[in-house]
Ligand binder design. Structure first.
Ligand code: CAA
Length: 257
């Protein structure tokens, strides 16, 4: 795959995608977003890849939507924008994504981080939804996803003031799994990705689907969904291998079948 605004490569069963527009703090313009989706969808469809890592080059994970590009847009332009469809494609990815948040994750960058499944952040990272400072509101799920994670009061504070929080505060809020020194952020993401990559990819996919379901449905519907997925996994060879390996006191070798 040939890209200009991102870098993408694989390391064994892990795929890494790096937003690479450092001069604009990896602001998400349509061209970069398309490249990002092309890479992530290709890895999502590749059976050899078990887990993906998303990070940024330079001082930012991403500073959000490209304000220079948005400045000239009207309401009609926004209504016709392909951006919501792009975010929807991101939401449909089946494999887990570990975010390695190397710096600013603001606005659409924070929304992108929240679309990932596990978040490792550098101590120096700053997270927030500063759209209010430029006369708009989050437009890619920020008011919804942030509120589900941190609750109404904290979401109100962050979105109405536009305040950037430190990585440590983001961790305390439940937005970030762990905070590490900046030079360790990618390695820690790799460590987690490798751990996930060693599991049954079918079970991993089912678990991701069930957990995301919890964010958008009632408990009763979610429990019903989980029960069906649980039963379905009993039809896999990985279930047989996992349980057999436990009984034989050895490490399982999952094939994804
Ligand atoms: N869009 C376009 N360009 C951006 C950008 C963005 N979101 N964020 C930073 N840049 C550019 C700057 O314009 C600057 O480029 P020039 O040198 O060509 O002027 C370059 O990146 C470096 O930025 P700064 O000089 O501002 O760096 P700083 O260290 O002084 O500040 C910052 C860093 C606090 C992150 C600041 O750049 C900033 O506030 N950025 C905007 C953050 C923001 O408001 N994001 C929300 C965007 S709206 C959105 O995302 C909507 C949505 O929900 C999808």
């Amino acid at each position: 795959m040939e890209f200009t605004l991102i870098k993408a490569w694989t390391e064994d069963s892990i795929a890494l995608v790096q937003l690479h527009r450092p001069e604009a703090l990896n602001a998400l313009n349509p061209e970069m977003f398309e490249e990002l989706l092309t890479a992530l969808e290709a890895y999502d469809a590749d059976a050899a890849i078990r887990c993906m890592i998303l990070t940024g080059t330079g001082r930012a994970f991403s500073a959000g939507a490209d304000i220079k590009q948005m400045a000239g847009m009207s309401a009609v332009d926004q209504m016709a924008s392909p951006a919501p469809a792009r975010w929807e494609r991101l939401r449909r990815l089946k494999k887990p994504i570990v975010a390695a948040v190397n710096g600013f994750a603001l606005g659409g960058g924070c929304e992108l981080m929240m679309c990932c499944d596990i978040v490792v952040a550098a101590e120096t990272a700053r997270v927030g939804q500063p759209e209010i400072n430029i006369g708009i509101i989050p437009g890619a799920g920020g008011t919804q996803r942030l509120t589900r994670v941190v609750g109404k009061c904290k979401a109100m504070e962050l979105i109405l003031t536009g305040r950037q929080v430190t990585a440590a505060e983001a961790e305390a809020l439940g937005l970030v799994n762990r905070v590490v020194a900046p030079e360790l952020v990618l390695d820690e993401a790799r460590r987690i990705a490798r751990e996930i990559a060693a599991k049954s990819p079918i079970a991993v996919r089912a678990a991701k689907e069930c957990i995301l379901k919890a964010q958008e449905t009632s408990l009763a519907v979610g429990l019903d969904f989980e029960r069906r997925m649980f039963a379905l996994l009993f039809a896999t060879e990985d279930k047989v291998e996992g349980m057999q390996a436990f009984l034989e006191k050895r490490e399982p070798k999952f094939k994804g079948s």
